[in-house]
Design a protein around this ligand. Sequence first.
Ligand code: 5GP
Ligand code: ZN
Length: 142
Amino acid sequence: MTDCIFCKIVNGDIPSSTIYEDDVVKAFLDLSQTTPGHTLVIPKKHVADIFAYDDELASAVFARIPKIARAIKASNPHIIGMNIVNNNGEIAEQTVFHSHFHLIPRYDNNDDFSIHFGDHSDQYNANELNQMAANIKKHLEE
Ligand code: 5GP
Ligand code: ZN
């Protein structure tokens, strides 16, 4: 895609601090450096978001994430955890529409990353959860 900033990074038209690349993925430091070592892993093929992956691309991309995560962790003894975040759609705060996975090393409770999972477990009984699951399940593709 000619006007995609991450395709330009893949093609070398825009420089990036690359830590890993092969025929399928490129991993490079996110300019924002939410925490030190914040890295993006992207498929070299342009896909907009998680909904556009086929099984083969998903397998190949996900297979590469653990070793990149381990390398980031090994690079700094102060890294004690990592959030892996994948935003899909504007509502989910996706700003670059070439799919990517954020690898965000975690240092302590005061580093500059936070995530909030609301807890609404008191609003659903088992029957309602089962109905919701069944509704999603019927849309699974073979
Ligand atoms: P999103 O908000 O779409 O999940 O994340 C997009 C990320 O891309 C942001 O964290 C932003 O800092 C990063 N980003 C945007 N443009 C560039 C760029 O030109 N180079 C690098 N390395 N990161 C970028
Ligand atoms: Zn692209």
